[in-house]
Design a protein around this ligand. Structure first.
Ligand SMILES: NC(=O)c1ccc[n+]([C@@H]2O[C@H](COP(=O)([O-])OP(=O)(O)OC[C@H]3O[C@@H](n4cnc5c(N)ncnc54)[C@H](O)[C@@H]3O)[C@@H](O)[C@H]2O)c1
Length: 270
């Protein structure tokens, strides 16, 4: 018996990267875990992500741990697609108890998209993917959790949602992630009466296939230098906080953001 045996979890954006590691951690704790991703084989985009896969999909990796899994392809920024996918997962695994709203990411170069020089196509794309995607996911799962009077909603921001970069760049991403933190607090106030907690994780510089390319291009040392612990984060560093929020360890914690950055806040130079 694991701590989450009998629970049904859903992780968005879990075909690779951080979401995949969150999904595997929840499965190791005994939950049945559903996956929603715009591409359930997105790991193929990055050699490093493909190299760590132990099966054809994250769902197969979860099943190998002895629990159930189901997957659905949907773009979280599209409300109808997302609601249809959530229903498909709930039909396959049962009503959802735990959700990690992880699907997200930026667009363009880290040195672009400051407020006065914003590319509004990219602004629209990124705000829809991150902020609307999280809002859609919360709205889709909340009715099931309210009915059970138990739920754990975990949202995903970023250190960039806590602090603006010194030159104000990547503001489409940072403002969407700041919005997620506020949405988290609002949802915690709304849903607390139903014994549903809503908390947020704000990762720092975490080594995933996609981010490693960017770290290497710009020089890993530069990112290590602004991290108190002197190294890039690993997905497992973030999975520990997901486990905390999802299990009884955090039963009386709601509306908070935990930054899992190794100490970058206050030092974001770009
Ligand atoms: N890696 C980091 O350093 C870091 C730092 C701070 C925050 N984050 C956040 O953590 C989350 C995961 O980051 P990652 O590095 O693992 O990213 P990643 O790009 O490796 O993985 C993201 C996954 O989400 C899916 N996805 C993207 N847009 C989607 C959409 N519209 N609908 C459905 N699925 C979609 C992708 O197909 C992919 O499988 C993101 O929200 C990101 O903003 C990451």
């Amino acid at each position: 018996m694991g701590k989450l045996t009998g629970k049904v979890a859903l992780v968005t954006g879990a075909a690779r990267g951080l979401g995949r590691v969150y999904a595997l951690r929840l499965a190791q704790l005994g939950a049945d875990v559903g996956i929603i991703d715009v591409n359930l084989r997105s790991y193929a985009d990055y050699e490093a992500e493909a190299a760590v896969m132990t099966a054809d999909t994250t769902m197969d990796e979860i099943r190998a741990l002895g629990v159930k899994s189901a997957g659905a392809e949907a773009d979280v920024s599209n409300k109808d697609q997302l609601f249809t996918a959530v229903k498909a997962i709930a039909d396959a695994l049962g009503s959802i108890d735990i959700v990690v709203c992880n699907a997200g990411g930026g667009s363009g170069a880290p040195t672009e998209n400051s407020p006065a020089l914003m590319d509004f196509e990219q602004f629209d794309l990124v705000v829809r993917r991150n902020l609307y995607g999280t809002a859609h996911t919360i709205a889709a799962v909340a009715p099931m959790m309210k009915q059970k009077r138990w739920g754990r909603i975990i949202t995903v921001a970023s250190h960039m949602g806590i602090e603006a970069g010194a030159r104000g760049t990547y503001a489409h991403y940072s403002t969407s992630k700041a919005g997620i933190r506020h949405l988290t607090m609002a949802a915690a106030n709304e849903l607390g009466a139903y014994n549903i907690t809503v908390n947020c994780i704000a990762p720092g510089y975490i080594s995933t296939g996609r981010m490693d390319q960017s770290f290497q291009k710009r020089g890993v040392e530069r990112f290590e230098a602004v991290t108190s612990l002197g190294r890039l984060g690993r997905p497992e560093d973030c999975a520990g906080t997901i486990e905390f929020f999802a299990t009884d360890l955090a039963d009386f914690v709601t509306g908070v953001t935990i930054d899992v950055t190794g100490g970058t806040v206050g030092k974001l130079g770009y």
